[in-house]
Ligand binder design. Sequence first.
Ligand SMILES: Nc1nc2c(ncn2[C@@H]2O[C@H](COP(=O)(O)OP(=O)(O)OP(=O)(O)O)[C@@H](O)[C@H]2O)c(=O)[nH]1
Ligand SMILES: [Mg+2]
Length: 165
Amino acid sequence: MGRSNSGKSSAINRITGQTKLARVSKTPGRTQLINFFDLGGERRLVDLPGYGFARVPDRVKREWRDLVDAYFGSRDSLAGLFLTVDIRRGVSASDDQMIGWALDLGCPVAVLMTKSDKLSRGAGMSYVMRAQGQLGPEVAVIRFSARDGTGVDEARQRLTEWVGS
Ligand SMILES: Nc1nc2c(ncn2[C@@H]2O[C@H](COP(=O)(O)OP(=O)(O)OP(=O)(O)O)[C@@H](O)[C@H]2O)c(=O)[nH]1
Ligand SMILES: [Mg+2]
């Protein structure tokens, strides 16, 4: 889950090593449906539509929000939540709300600080530390890039913890 254009689909492709599994687009709001990716067994990765993109009409925003709320509030099988946050934008109020909600449901959360290839390592690490301070120790914060592979191993480890390998 994550803000529109924050790199959800790219993260799924990179973590699974499937280049064209989830559709990536320069047009924010590309993922408008809930997409399920079968990982074998009873394990699935789920790509949820992004929230909070300003150029989308309010009616569409409400539809997305309802879809995500309905999905998220009713899935007993949820094992963990990856939340993508563009490292240069930082954690938004919507992100914070989603994280709080997941934790309340007992669902573990890992935040992928995406597009870290756009910053130096040092700058990226300071953004990660800031987010970690903001979110507290319950949430794992991972410096991530679908482009150069930063944080992919750590994300895969989380995924394995949550659903097995
Ligand atoms: N430099 C860089 N660009 C990235 C990275 N991940 C995603 N992008 C770019 O960011 C844009 C959005 O990526 P998506 O993966 O489609 O983002 P999304 O969150 O699935 O977007 P929606 O489905 O539209 O909400 C695309 O232009 C990607 O190429 C990354 O790690 N590094
Ligand atoms: Mg997408």
